[in-house]
Design a binder for this molecule. Sequence first.
Ligand code: NAP
Length: 502
Amino acid sequence: MSKICLCLTAKTLERDLEILEKYRKFIDLAELRADCLDPDERFHIRRFPKMAGLPVILTIRRVMDGGKYKGHEGARITLLSKGLAFAEADPRQNFAYVDLEEDLDVPGLEEAARAFGTRIIRSFHDFNGVSSDIVQKLRKLCRVGDEIAKAALMPKSLDDVRLVYQAARETKGIEKIILCMGELGVNTRILASRMGSHLTYTSITGEEDFPLAGPGQLDPRDLSGLYRYRKINSKTTIFAVTGFPLMAPISAKFFNNVFNIENINAVCIPIPSETIQSFLRFGEEIGLKGASITVPYKEAVLPYLSDWSEMVSDIGACNTIVAERDGWKGYNTDAQGFSDSLLGFTRLKDLRGKKITIIGAGGVARSVAAEVFRLRGKAIILNRTVLKAREIALPYNFAWGGLDSQGIKMMERFTDIIVQATSVGMEPDTEKDPLEFYNFTGREIFMDLIYRPIKTRCLQRAEAEGCKIINGYDMLLRQAKYQYNYFIEKEFPASLINRVEI
Ligand code: NAP
């Protein structure tokens, strides 16, 4: 089983131990990053394994490999030797592993490690992407058979990450640690066991004096709790949430919590991708069963579907894909999620007699327009790109306009309900307001489909004027329950409604 390793990056051994104690139950071993210690503290590293009481990796990472060690190479080698010296008969009191970079050539150090049962991790770091000869590289990395090859790579794209999964598959027989750094590599840290990686590295979050040991590292609590790392095996079904940029996807948390409560062997992973094509290629490589498609791919995904639901073809947007024998099948759950949320909030049965403004003409606005039409409301669609508003409005006989003073004037007759369906005001650009020209009267029902932040600037303005307001969180939950039906091919358990934390 692939182990969970906590990287210890404090300035003192005492602080490292304090953190270790706090996280002990979530991890299998620790990496002492001696390069992060104050110089005086480094003299005492030899004592650390005994104090830690679990297997420890000794690492003194150079700046060129992403570490903090700036001293002479000779002094670093001396420090590594001191860490391994005076070995105890009880191997638990020695370092269990030592991380030696591929270019480090000190036979004496390696012999000492072997003599005392300290395993050598032969590491290779590349911050410039994933080279096409990564398989050969991994094969050549270990000088002696008992070494563990380690490759830590900074991918430039999701296609790079795909190459790493391929390389892991092609080097199945080699004992290794393999991972991608950065946001694009988070999935490799969660799926380490599927890649045949000896371990996965984690870092704690939220402690100022304890910097992340590597970009994209997860907190061990999230890895063990949210992603149920220890339960991931060859039978685990993999789901994903994709988009770009992908901000803290709440729906991944939702699905993981449901899988946990329902004891379903599945995991949902946030996988940002710069293009939908790379995401789909990547999905095929890792055997993805389904995915939630978010901004900006709800329309872009359509040409790559082999089949789609009637709703997808009516609306022209897809937010859910499921792998079928002959390709990806697309569904739309935004539409039902939107109307369930709006009707639940307003306690209306339908939108007969209501005049509605829809701001935006992207993927989700298509679903909103279709539902407003189905529920017999009348609407105007305003969008920055007027042609897109027109394209959505025409089939429903809705009005349309631009997101400017002229458009705002036109919307005066459509203010029973306003639905904000652009991404303007979403984190991190929370200062932006797509309706800055519009003064709320206090009589409007205002629904902003954004859920991060909880209250956009626009939503705050509407609230201040006395409007009834709702953000997109409720819709998100409701549409995720429909997604669950497609992913798991079961109804969302009624007993879980209001029980799932996200
Ligand atoms: P999308 O397909 O990328 O569409 C983005 C929309 O925002 C388009 O109308 C676009 O106008 C507009 N826009 C982007 N930047 C703009 C700017 N600087 N000024 C004016 N307009 C701008 O995205 P989507 O999938 O429709 O999602 C839109 C929002 O809805 C996102 O914030 C998303 O989080 C939220 N959403 C929420 C839920 C939920 O369950 N609550 C579900 C889906 C989406 P142009 O056409 O002119 O580019």
